[in-house]
Ligand binder design. Structure first.
Ligand code: GTP
Ligand code: SPV
Ligand code: MN
Length: 588
């Protein structure tokens, strides 16, 4: 037996599936699994897949998760380092021993009567020196099919692993889907994720947040690289030059939309490399290089339309890669199509909500779940960059940190230098969204959009970011962005979406030293004349409001940042405390 076979055998003895099926990643197999999910598997009484109208949504299926299992559950997520301090105040912690004891009890016989799917997959291009070979076990076809879309999955990975035992391990079971018996646990030193009781998104697709962020960030800390919750895009200018940037925005704050932006400025074009995760390495040339370890998009459905994100609508209707999934959207019975709030047109007459119940517009309840999503191959994107499959990745010229802030934060600000940029990332706050189970719309600190995903003490993570900067001879410039500032009536001032290219253009101009900027207490800001605003209908005073630094708001903001930094006590890098003090002084 190979180490892999031995490991699978051990997990099967614990979980006791009725059969074990090794996935080869082929098209035929995907068809077979979908067939099986339509006929044999049920979740909350619904078949796991429902075939949609293949004329309008080719290769597409509707899926419904359990009503109590609709988003990541941060309060049930644990990072089990041998000691608590390594996990830090930003993570839930129990000892590896206790976690394993608890999970073993819950996992004993949890796959009884079900099939255990063995999913061999790569995070990253197989020829990339940065890529990792992984294996996830799961007991639902929904996760098996999702992993096929989201990663490079197949037989070749089993062959690549061969006799090795250092592959990344993931054991997943939906258990009984009871939130009382739901745990998402990470064992960073063992490269092992053990998840039970959820079948949804980041809780269940273990290559995504669990491995590629929580565990990979720990690997990066020890090996000198970064695993980040970031978009990677190329911005092509009218001359045909492409500038590559990354952008960290918290969950459901606009990454997928930015990754596929359809430019409103003639001659500019955005090329997609990734929409959620970036692995950043220092190249031999002293620049920062980025790869997207994923191969699919798991995007928020509500708000997606031909108007806001035409490239995503094209992606969803593309026939190239089989299949595409829609999870917890509403369902247009007459057309046999998915539906969600914000999609083009008026709500259909005969609509089922995300739980499959008849929907009545009068009751004011949303038909699609706010965290309903589509799962689609990145190869279906018409904006896919030619560099996507380049094993080396792309060189990064700018890093953007953002969030959803109705007040306080300007549209765009450039950090003074790398250290000030790390400070800018570390102090980022954002309103919470429906991507995780918690109160929505509350401002919380979400440094680098990594609060739920940093697999170790964030104070050490900040130190690591500072150290990376010291090793870069040509560090990217760092910026903050905020598309979400509102006017006195509570309406977004900035039109966002395709118009965000105007901010990206300024960033590219700054990177290439084409324009000057204004120094303020919080960083460099654009001279309004340098922002391309032609064709936009925003009054001057509204534009000024987008860049306003309100001293009362900022006093509150600095207090909040200080409170957050204090959670990390002495471990917090002194450079960042010093940056905070300097900012306070400048704002006086
Ligand atoms: P995760 O997949 O959870 O990591 O999220 P994401 O950051 O990829 O979020 P996504 O792009 O899917 O956007 C989430 C929500 O933000 C959607 O409802 C969008 O319609 C909305 N959104 C995206 N970009 C903009 C923008 O520029 N302006 C405004 N007002 N809303 C936006
Ligand atoms: C997020 O919540 O940031 C997501 C969705 O991208 S999930 O895969 O559930 O993490
Ligand atoms: Mn995400």
């Amino acid at each position: 037996m190979t180490p892999l076979e031995k490991w699978v055998d051990e997990q099967a003895r614990l979980t006791k599936p009725k059969k074990i099926y090794w996935c080869d990643g082929s098209d035929e197999e995907a068809h077979k699994l979908i067939e099986c999910g339509m006929k044999e598997e049920r979740i909350a009484g619904h078949p796991v897949f429902h075939e949609l109208n293949h004329k309008t949504f080719p290769n597409s299926y509707l899926c419904r998760s359990h009503p109590t299992d609709v988003a990541r559950t941060e309060h049930l997520t644990y990072v089990c380092h041998p000691n608590k301090e390594t996990a830090g105040p930003n993570n839930n912690w129990i000892s590896p021993h206790e976690a394993k004891e608890r999970l073993a009890k819950l996992s004993d016989g949890c796959m009884r009567g079900r099939t255990m799917y063995v999913l061999p997959y790569m995070m990253g291009h197989p020829e990339s020196s940065y890529a990792k070979a992984c294996v996830q076990l799961t007991d639902t076809a929904y996760v098996a099919i999702s992993m096929r879309i989201m990663t490079r999955m197949g037989k070749s990975v089993t062959e690549k692993i061969g006799e090795r035992d250092d592959f990344v391990k993931g054991l997943h079971s939906i258990g009984d889907l009871n939130p009382e018996r739901r745990f998402i646990t990470h064992f960073p030193d063992e490269h092992f994720v053990w998840s039970i009781g959820s079948g949804y998104g980041g809780n269940a697709l273990l290559g995504k947040k669990c491995f590629s962020l929580r565990i990979a960030s720990w690997l990066g800390f020890n090996e000198g690289w970064l695993a980040e919750h970031m978009v990677i895009i190329g911005i092509e200018d009218p001359k045909g030059d492409v500038t590559y940037i990354t952008a960290a925005l918290p969950s459901a704050c606009g990454k997928t939309n930015l990754a596929m932006l359809e430019s409103s400025l003639p001659g500019y074009k955005v090329w997609t490399i990734g929409d959620d995760i970036a692995w950043l390495n220092i190249g031999p040339d002293g620049r920062l290089w980025a790869i997207n370890p994923e191969a699919g998009l798991f995007g928020v459905a509500p708000g997606t339309s031909v108007n806001t994100n035409p490239n995503m609508m094209k992606t969803l209707k593309r026939k190239k890669f089989y299949p595409t999934l829609f999870t917890n959207t509403a369902f247009d019975v007459d057309k046999n199509e998915p539906w969600w709030e914000g999609i083009d047109g008026t709500p259909p007459k005969n609509l089922l909500d995300w739980q499959g119940r008849h929907w009545d517009s009068g009751r004011g309840i949303k038909a699609a779940h706010p965290n309903s999503r589509f799962t689609v191959s990145i190869y279906n994107a018409p904006t896919l960059s030619h560099e996507f499959d380049n094993p080396k990745g792309v060189p990064i010229s700018a890093i953007l940190f953002g969030g959803k802030r109705m007040h306080v934060k300007p549209l765009v600000v450039e950090a003074f230098n790398w250290q000030n940029g790390v400070f800018l990332g570390s102090r980022t706050g954002s309103e919470t969204t429906a991507a995780a189970v918690h109160e929505v719309g509350v401002v919380r600190r979400d440094p680098m959009a990594m609060l739920p995903f940093c697999g170790y003490n964030m104070a050490d993570y900040f130190k690591h970011w500072l150290n990376i900067g010291k090793k870069l001879t040509r560090p990217p410039k760092i910026f903050s962005v905020n598309w979400f500032r509102v006017d006195d009536e509570g309406n977004y001032i900035w039109p966002g979406f395709r118009e965000n290219i105007r901010v990206l253009k300024w960033i590219v101009d700054r990177v290439n030293n084409r324009v000057e900027a204004k120094e303020t207490g919080i960083g460099f800001m654009p001279h309004l004349k340098d922002l391309e605003l032609t064709g936009l209908n925003i009054a001057n005073n509204e534009m000024e409001k987008l860049f306003e630094i309100n001293s009362k708001d900022w006093r509150q903001e600095t207090l909040d940042i200080e409170d957050f930094f204090n959670k990390f006590d002495e471990r917090m890098p002194k450079e960042l405390r010093q940056e905070l003090n300097e900012m306070k002084e400048k704002l006086k």
